[in-house]
Design a protein around this ligand. Structure first.
Ligand SMILES: C[S@@+](CC[C@H](N)C(=O)[O-])C[C@H]1O[C@@H](n2cnc3c(N)ncnc32)[C@H](O)[C@@H]1O
Length: 192
């Protein structure tokens, strides 16, 4: 087995969703609790051909007085095995479809100390238990959806009790405006 294959196999085997407070598997059409809040994954309001979406099962209030959108309530992490860019590129040559759920954690706002490797999180909800992977984008929606959350890069480990020893930094999904029970989560990303 080549060095690359060994490395990737180790990363996959050592990924444990529970460390980051995620579930081993995500049932559809059934309420789940992740990071203390209730959610349901079911067919998106975008329509069946666009797959599933994540819906809140409780109100999440964002105070108008929040001075900074990044201070909105934390919903859950964007979690999954983390690869160096060079390893991820090699995976994509064999599994180009894995790109759908990839989050480049060192190339979006919030990071002052960019990791030189350009790390990628494999956020596939099936492989990684990453509920955030089911979030759809408001880009191009008709009728127009407004984003109600965004993902942010955070230096340092996630809040206790999650991932304290495993993570030197992490990505979170936070609410940017009030989300009511029954609302589907939408964020902003280029999906096609
Ligand atoms: C990260 S996944 C989101 C979860 C996806 N709905 C699923 O069930 O796996 C991204 C994929 O969802 C779909 N998607 C996300 N936002 C969309 C949008 N605004 N319009 C149409 N499809 C969208 C596209 O198929 C895209 O490749």
């Amino acid at each position: 087995m080549c060095e690359f294959t060994c490395k990737c196999a180790n990363i996959i085997q050592s990924w444990n969703p529970a460390v980051l407070g995620l579930l081993d598997s995500l049932p559809y059409d059934e309420e789940v609790v992740v990071w203390g809040r209730r959610w349901i994954v079911k067919t998106s309001t975008l329509g069946e051909r666009h797959g599933y979406g994540v819906y809140a099962c409780e109100d999440i209030i964002v105070e108008d007085s929040a001075s900074c959108r990044r201070e909105g309530p934390t919903l859950f992490p964007y979690g999954g095995p983390i690869y160096k860019r060079k390893h991820w590129n090699m995976i994509l040559t064999q599994h180009p479809e894995w790109k759908t759920f990839a989050l480049e954690m060192d190339t979006f706002a919030g990071s002052n100390r960019r990791h030189s490797d350009g790390r990628v999180i494999d956020g596939d909800p099936i492989r990684s238990g990453n509920i955030a992977g089911f979030m759809n984008s408001m880009v191009g929606t008709q009728p127009k959806r407004r984003a109600n959350c965004e993902w942010v890069f955070v230096e340092g480990p996630p809040p206790a009790p999650y991932g304290q020893t495993y993570h030197e930094d992490h990505c979170l999904v936070i609410a940017t405006r009030t989300i009511r029970s029954g609302d589907e989560l939408f964020t902003h990303y280029e999906w096609n």
